[in-house]
Design a protein around this ligand. Structure first.
Ligand code: AMP
Ligand code: GLY
Length: 427
């Protein structure tokens, strides 16, 4: 079997790595891939851009690809699945209409309301309803959350602690800060608690949750500072108890899938629920994503026992009910190493050393922002590496991951020492 993976992050490196563990997977092609996928055996990078649907289709046909797995939200929201399916290509990833669950927060909110999925109270305003938006904020008070409706590369959410901050976030969005994505805003009740990610696989009929994960969004230790794409993650996250996972299945995943079906959407791929779990265990959906989480996928896949290609293909072909999702025991930890300055400005092109030593320490190093330059791996993004290790418990997994992190060097490297602070022993 040959699989083509679309994307160039740590998530895609993890997908390619997991697929290649199976003897049934002859080759993985990545579009465009990164320095990590370039160095995987039986994996090649194709120098195409992810919006070049025609170029990708031609490559799929030329290389006789059996399955395409689309990593990022952008090509999904642009309709890559629809386009490839029209050419009889087997695709893992929802269609453009399905991807609205991530690409339009107001659409997702409406779907959640229709399906009675627990979520924060909210109101939606377009840019010709400025006064209504501002008076709603004044009436609700702060803290309050302002979200640009569309895709804004993870930057569209402002958790405003004062009314003034909320007002300027609304004005900035309506004044074009996020382009078309900000012409509409969702104003949402501020929720407190612990966040968790439940990614589920679906073939449009059956939906199966993967191990719950907990990301660390803030850049600084102690969960301080601005939000990032994610600074580290672990799975299975004990904050989502088995009872809660059943509740998520019954109150979130199943009803959402039914609501998608009612809209005539045949959703095949990942449905990712970003959850807030209140101190008394109440679950609410913060957002849905239409794809694998990053870095969540880097921590989840090492514990997956069922061959990944069997699951992706079963989703794409509508027979997920026939495949069992099995897990290995133990814990998985992923620590993100970033370029100094991230999530603000950062440098690129610095040589990375110590990757072999990190792997010898028992970790798998997933590359996010890297590329090969003259045979050497150099930095090429804000989040550079996801250093991942499994162990019999979280202390064991994090000890391995951090030993590996300590052996990797590049100029200005930055990482949090406290990833997993909720699950590691304090000693
Ligand atoms: P989203 O893209 O909607 O997941 O929002 C990004 C981040 O903003 C989340 O991971 C939370 O940390 C925060 N956030 C979003 N919505 C809320 C909310 N209603 N209450 C508190 N924090 C939120
Ligand atoms: N880790 C957050 C995301 O993938 O959206």
């Amino acid at each position: 079997m040959k699989v083509l993976v679309v994307g160039n992050g740590g998530r895609e490196h993890a997908l390619a790595w997991k697929l290649l563990q199976s003897s049934k997977v002859e080759q993985v092609l990545c579009v465009p891939g990164n320095g990590g996928t370039a160095t995987l055996e039986r994996c090649i990078n194709l120098p195409l851009t992810i919006d070049d649907f025609e170029g990708i289709r031609k490559a799929i046909q030329k290389h006789q690809i059996d399955l395409v797995a689309i990593g990022p939200e952008l090509p999904l929201a642009m309709g890559m699945t629809d386009y490839l399916q029209q050419h009889d290509i087997t695709v893992f990833g929802p269609t453009q209409t399905g991807a609205q669950i991530e690409a339009s927060k107001s659409w997702a909110k409406k779907l959640m309301q229709d399906a009675s999925v627990p979520t924060a109270k909210s109101a939606t305003f377009t840019d010709n309803e400025v006064d209504a938006a501002l008076s709603y904020v004044a009436q609700q008070g702060a803290p309050i959350v302002i979200k640009a409706d569309g895709l804004a590369a993870g930057k569209g959410v402002t958790v405003a602690t004062t009314i003034e901050e909320a007002v300027s976030a609304i004005q900035a969005s309506f004044n074009g800060q996020f382009g078309l994505a900000g012409e509409c805003v969702v104003v949402e009740e501020f929720l407190t608690g612990q966040e968790a990610s439940v990614l589920a696989l679906t073939d449009g009929k059956t939906i199966v949750p993967l191990l719950p994960a907990q990301d660390h969004k803030a850049v600084g230790e102690g969960d301080t500072g601005p939000n990032t794409g994610g600074m580290g993650v672990y799975a299975p996250a004990p904050v989502v108890t088995p009872e809660m996972l059943t509740q998520v299945q019954e109150q979130v995943l199943q009803p959402t899938l039914s609501a998608l079906q009612e809209r005539g959407i045949d959703y095949r791929g990942v449905l990712y629920a970003g959850l807030m779990i209140s101190p008394n265990g109440e679950i609410k959906v913060l957002e849905f994503n239409c794809r694998f989480g990053d870095p969540e996928t880097q921590a989840i896949l090492p514990l997956l026992d069922t061959p990944l290609e069997d699951l992706l293909l079963a989703c794409a072909e509508g027979r997920l009910a026939d495949v069992e999702v099995r897990w290995k025991s133990g814990a998985s930890a992923c620590v993100v190493m970033a370029a100094g300055g991230y999530p603000g400005d950062y440098k690129k092109g610095d040589t990375i050393t110590g990757l072999d030593k990190a792997e010898a320490a028992g970790a798998v190093v997933f590359h996010a922002g890297t590329r090969l330059k003259d045979g050497q791996v150099v930095t090429d993004g804000g989040r550079v590496l996801g250093v991942t290790a499994t162990g019999h418990d979280f202390d064991d997994a994090f000890a391995r991951a951090y030993t590996a992190v300590d052996s990797i060097e590049f100029e200005g490297r930055y990482f949090r020492r406290d990833i997993g602070h909720r699950v590691r022993s304090k000693s």
